[in-house]
Design a protein around this ligand. Structure first.
Ligand code: HDE
Length: 719
């Protein structure tokens, strides 16, 4: 949408007509990039039938040269991603707090493009890496593009942008052998982390299940840095931005994540694409936490410190609008790869804070786009073009699309009647928020940034027991991959500053002692003449809070099975009535039933009916589905018994705490062949001798719970 409207503004009429014909497909001939119709796209130009190829073949040279240059540098971080178009609509006018046009009128839809991503992996890496997810939104507002470039975790590893290259160098594959891909489980990352106590709050989040989402559609999003809302009177409020998914916040199990990476490295990308293709448009509510300027110092953490949240218990999130993603990109490269987000892209009514991480980001993204997209004209690429009219005196450089007319490219001028003019504030001109700042030029870390553990502990204490176990397991996995003993010791020592039992459980898993003290200070990178004491943590109490319910995924939405993928394991001889009844019951609730057969193409029911098979068992695994159902049918159940992949399918679903249902002869298969059959009183194993209809209600309720994590503790099934 940005594309079509904007084409009119930035190109002259003739080029527009040609490109319109091209888009409309009026002209179907294969041509060179100069528009020359190509008569033979199969053979290069040669000296005789078997002769040498001629340098003269400009058609082949153009084609191959273009191909040779197809790749552009991938993003140094967030290289792997997927995007979608949609719109945003505010629920009620936010005029009291901000003059931003797109937050005024509930009847107005603002187009958006969103890109989700992982951080550490290369462009072709797996979607299910344990990692932070990017959540970047470009609003094409009438006042210009506004980019809210966030993550699915509300805090960050570091407090000052100057540390970003160090952080990223430590987490990326190690430079000597470029191993491991898309993983933080290696020495350099934990070496750096163990020397940076400020990262501990973030470490709690990335070691939690938040870092292995079930779907992009089931992730929260956060602006992370503190911003400002500015209203018409010029009054400011601090603001933190949130995205709350209407499907709830859900994750997979770590063992499952690793297997998904093998079975379908595009799992999240595919999930987003298919949901949109099927009309199940992902939705998020837009939330804000608003803090008056006068309350800047009210908290015992600093609003400018990106390693801290404002607990929702202290400042509730107001839900002020909704975003719907309803259109897949037409072309991955042109849109998702070339989209250029910059936190500096703001509109009047939104302004920055002095958060030193944000301040560095304001420089970095523009710089990155210039390198990545080949120059300063990246705003002319269709996906980046604003819908708002664009007019200034910037000229030339690589790949310039706009053909500026006239001889004036400066301001002030009289030769062009003074155009383009500066805009008055009343005409929507951006007026930077006037703020008093401290006048000393210094390199220090504010004293108010030095508590690294209170909020890490708040996060840990807010987790359900199974979530705590997952954090312990994740740390044990990651540190288990570390080769240098001193790094592990340092880490368990730091974990002890968060929680004794957390540190002890990890130390036990690693088979090491928690050191009573460290030989060298944790952070030895303070300036040479500074007092080390000033760089150690100074714990405080976050408003005396012990827990914050919003931090645990156990408290998320669990009343829907919309878009969930349910595997039906069938073989020839299944009971068609059972399959149809269960399918209808699930589909009524918005879930999708996928028939998994022993053979591709189709399976035959007991009464000879042919049913289309969605996947052959050999091409999938239960990790790709949310739940499993085994229908009635003696012959079918017997065939599954003879199939090790079918037994593993159900056992793995059981291990990953998923809902499992069976009816009729399917029950015998579960009881005789699988762990699920031996489970006692498992609320997510539904076995019905009486057919699918009886099982459907309980099965739907169990799927809506997402997982029966109790199974892990009860049956000692590590997930
Ligand atoms: Fe980024 N970040 N970042 N980042 N970031 C980039 O810009 C950077 C940070 C985030 O889908 C880069 O276009 C610095 C926090 C997302 O295209 C780069 C610092 C948060 C994306 C960059 C941070 C983010 C990026 C690389 C520390 C959450 C992907 C490619 C001061 C609020 C956007 C690019 C997309 C991408 C720099 C920290 C989110 C290098 C210097 C905190 C979602 O400019």
């Amino acid at each position: 949408m940005a594309d079509k409207k904007q084409t009119k503004k930035v190109t002259n009429e003739k080029i527009e007509q040609l490109s319109q014909d091209f888009e409309d497909g009026t002209d179907k001939f294969l041509t060179t990039n100069q528009g020359l119709r190509i008569n033979d796209n199969q053979n290069s130009l040669k000296d005789g039938e078997r002769g040498a190829t001629l340098l003269e073949d400009f058609i082949m040279r153009e084609k191959i040269t273009h191909f040779d240059h197809e790749r552009i540098p991938e993003r140094i971080v967030h290289a792997r991603g997927a995007g979608a178009h949609g719109y945003f609509q505010v629920y009620k006018s936010m005029t009291k707090y901000t003059k931003a046009g797109f937050l005024q009128d509930p009847s107005k839809k603002t187009p958006v493009f969103v890109r989700f991503s992982t951080v550490a992996g290369f462009r072709g890496s797996t979607d299910l890496a344990r990692d932070v997810r990017g959540f970047a939104v470009k609003f094409y507002t009438e006042e210009g593009n506004y980019d809210l470039v966030g993550n699915n975790i509300p805090v960050f590893f570091i407090q000052d942008a100057i540390k970003f290259p160090d952080l990223i160098h430590s987490v990326k594959p190690e430079p000597h052998n470029e191993i491991p891909q898309a993983a933080s489980a290696h020495d350099t990352f934990w070496d750096f982390t163990s020397l940076m106590p400020e990262s501990m709050h973030m470490i709690m989040w990335v070691m939690s299940d938040r870092a292995i989402p079930r779907s992009f559609r089931m992730m929260e999003g956060f602006g992370v840095n503190t911003f400002r809302f500015i209203n018409k009177e010029g009054k400011a409020h601090f603001v933190k931005f949130h995205w709350k998914p209407l499907l709830g916040v859900h994750s997979v199990a770590w063992n499952e994540a690793q297997k998904i990476s093998g079975f379908d490295a595009d799992f999240h990308r595919r999930d987003l694409w298919e949901a949109i293709e099927n009309g199940a448009y992902p939705e998020w509510e837009f939330g804000v936490q608003i803090v008056p300027e006068k309350d800047e110092h009210k908290f015992d953490f600093d609003l400018l410190d990106a390693t801290k949240i404002i607990p929702e218990e202290l400042v509730p999130v107001q839900r002020i609008g909704k975003m719907v993603l309803n259109r897949n990109p037409d072309n991955f490269f042109a849109e998702t790869e070339q989209v250029a987000f910059c936190p500096s892209h703001i509109v009047p009514g939104i302004d920055f804070s002095n958060d030193p991480l944000l301040q560095g980001r304001l420089f970095s993204y523009l710089d990155t786009q210039i390198l990545r997209l080949g120059g300063p004209n990246f705003h002319e690429i269709p996906i980046n073009r604003p819908l708002a009219p664009l007019d200034n005196n910037q000229r030339d450089s690589r790949m310039r699309q706009m053909i500026n007319k006239g001889r004036v490219s400066y301001e002030p001028n009289s030769l062009a009647g003074g155009c383009p003019f500066q805009a008055m504030i009343k005409d929507g001109g951006l007026h930077t928020f006037e703020e008093r700042i401290d006048g000393r030029k210094i390199r220090v870390r504010s004293d108010s940034f030095r508590d690294h553990f209170t909020q890490a502990a708040l996060f840990y204490n807010s987790q359900a027991e199974y979530e705590k176990t997952h954090i312990v397991n994740a740390l044990s996995f990651e540190l288990g991959k570390v080769e240098v003993d001193a790094i592990r010791s340092r880490m368990v020592y730091i974990l002890k500053q968060i929680d004794d039992s957390l540190a002890q459980r990890v130390a036990d898993n690693l088979g090491i002692e928690i050191p009573a003290k460290l030989d060298s200070p944790i952070n030895h990178s303070y300036p040479a003449d500074a007092n080390p004491k000033n760089y150690e943590s100074k714990p405080k109490k976050t408003g005396g809070l012990k827990k914050d319910a919003a931090l645990s995924m156990a408290n998320t939405i669990k009343d829907t099975i919309k878009t969930r993928q349910i595997a039906f394991l069938v073989a020839d001889g299944f009971n068609a009535a059972d399959v149809k009844a269960m399918k209808a019951a699930l589909e009524k609730e918005g879930a999708t039933a996928k028939i998994i057969g022993l053979k591709s193409n189709s399976a035959k029911s007991a009464n000879g009916e042919k049913m289309k098979v969605d996947h052959a068992l050999r091409t999938v695994a239960s990790v790709l589905f949310d739940a499993v159902y085994i229908p009635d049918g003696e012959k079918s159940a017997k065939a599954l018994t003879d199939e090790p992949d079918a037994i593993e399918f159900v056992n793995e679903a059981f291990r990953h705490c998923k809902a499992i249902a069976a009816s009729g002869a399917g029950v015998d298969f579960i009881k005789n062949e699988t762990y699920a059959g031996r489970a006692k009183d498992d609320k997510a194993v539904i076995l019905s001798e009486n057919g699918a209809k009886t099982a459907a209600k309980d099965f739907i309720n169990a799927i809506a719970q997402h997982r029966n994590w109790d199974r892990e503790t009860a049956r000692k099934v590590p997930a």
